[in-house]
Design a protein around this ligand. Sequence first.
Ligand SMILES: [Ca+2]
Ligand SMILES: [Ca+2]
Length: 201
Amino acid sequence: MGQNAKISELPANPAVGDIIYRAPATYGSDFFTGGTPSASSVDLAPAAQAFDNNAGTYWGTGGAANPYPHWVKYDLGVGVAKIARRLTITPYSDVSGGCVGNFTLHGSNDNTNWTLLYTGTHANSGTIENYDFANTVAYRYYKITVSSAYASNGDATHNYALIVEAEIMEFAAGAKWQKLAIGTSGQTLKVAATLLPAWTT
Ligand SMILES: [Ca+2]
Ligand SMILES: [Ca+2]
C-alpha cells in the first residue's frame, strides 16, 4: 500500500507510515436526469426506459443479427458535467438468467474521446448492484457498454443487453474525505483518522 493512495476501502495490510485518503461512503442522488439518452440499438425497447425510474420498463437490444457489444449512453446536456463515483445497474432477468454480464462505464466531454472509468461483471440475477470507482474528472457523457449476458431463453444467439435502470452518483454534497495515518504504538497498529474540511478530487 503506497502513501497518499485514494481508495474507497481500507487496505488489508496497511504499512506503517502510510497516509491514506479514504473515500466518503455517502453518495448523492442519481444524476441521470434531465438529459438525453441514446443507444447503439433498440431492438426490444428504447434507451430512455433505462433512466425512467420505472422498474417495470427496460432498455433492450440484441438478437441473432445484432451481436455484442451494445451500449446505452446518457448526455447530461450543454454545460452540465458531473464527477461520477458510483454506477448502479438494475438488469432485466428472465427465466434463464440476468441480461447484463460483462460491462464497462466510460466518460466523455466531446462524445468522441472516451475514458474508461469502470470494468465490471454483474451477477447472474436481476438484483441491483452498486459499482464504486475512483474518478476525479467531471464528464458530460456517460456510456455503459454491455459485452455479455447470461440469459438467452435457451438461444445463445440472442445477444441480449437489457437494463431496467441505470443510475449514477457523485459524492454527496458536504461529504468529507477521511485522512488516515498508519502508525504504531509499541506492538499495536494505530490508525489515526481525521475528517478533512471538505472532500476534494
Ligand atoms: Ca433514475
Ligand atoms: Ca426502467
